[in-house]
Design a protein around this ligand. Structure first.
Ligand code: UDP
Length: 240
């Protein structure tokens, strides 16, 4: 499958990508491996924005299911994404990659606030900008945060790293006959409720014509391969 060349992308990783074999939390060795993947992608002379979820630490829905106030729990989830962003910043800087973290919840002592023009300047200077705290509001997810930042930073595509190598018509971990799509339309994803990203994130990408590339972050070197147009992935975009 040939894919268009991208100059600036947003990479979304779920928090689970940082927890390794554990059931929750941050595994420094796994973060270091992820940082190498990100560096390899950056080295293809891309401008790179990064969004990391918080599900390895706390999800608002899980708190709400156990009786917590949903908004309060969501704020805790957003704080979790800041911890992940700092962990990734540390790992990237240990590899010599310059980064800045910008949080949608202001936290002056640890990172910058989200300022689009400043983020633009960081990218021009070759830094990776890690956007933390999602959209900064409860009742959203980091998928929506990723779509929002991809739109405002005018990214050519949103790359969603997952544990499977694309979007299937059924869960490939449960159904041996599941078939992977090469391409899909936004409408199909929304209509069939395919688990790509949550609906508000997909709709935001559709409205701003941002292709969503779903690929596996588990295989070493895969992100860089997919960026070159090799490797296995599903691309969600407008139908021709
Ligand atoms: N969250 C939120 N608003 C946002 C982004 C995140 O309230 O804009 C909260 C929400 O509770 C969510 C948690 O932060 O469950 C962690 O993010 P997410 O579940 O998207 O992480 P991922 O599944 O990607 O690891």
């Amino acid at each position: 499958m040939t894919r268009p060349a991208f100059k600036r992308i947003l990479l979304k990783l779920s928090g689970e990508a940082l927890m390794g074999e554990g059931e929750y939390g941050i595994d420094p060795l796994t973060v270091a491996r992820m940082a190498e993947e990100v560096k390899a992608a950056k080295d293809t002379s891309l401008e790179l924005c990064l969004v990391i979820g918080g599900g390895n630490i706390f999800r608002g829905m899980a708190g709400a299911a156990k009786g917590m106030d949903r908004a309060q729990a969501d704020y805790m989830g957003m704080l979790a994404t800041v911890m992940n962003a700092l962990a990734m910043q540390n790992a990237l800087e240990q590899l010599g990659v310059h980064t800045r973290v910008q949080s949608a919840i202001q936290m002056d002592a640890v990172c910058e606030p989200v300022i689009r023009r400043r983020a633009e300047r960081h990218l021009e200077k070759g830094r990776i900008v890690i956007f933390a705290a999602g959209v900064g509001s409860p009742y959203f997810t980091t998928d929506s945060g990723a779509a929002l930042r991809a739109a405002e930073m005018k990214c050519d595509a949103l790359f969603k790293g997952t544990s499977v190598d694309g979007v299937y018509n059924a869960d490939p971990k449960k159904d041996a006959n599941a078939v992977r799509y090469d391409t899909l339309s936004y409408g199909r994803v929304l209509q069939d409720n395919l688990k790509v990203m949550d609906a508000s994130a997909v709709a935001l990408c559709r409205d701003n014509n941002i292709p969503i590339v779903v690929f596996s972050i588990r295989e070493q070197g895969n992100l860089a391969r997919v960026l070159k147009g090799d490797g296995t992935a599903t691309i969600v975009q407008e139908e021709n």
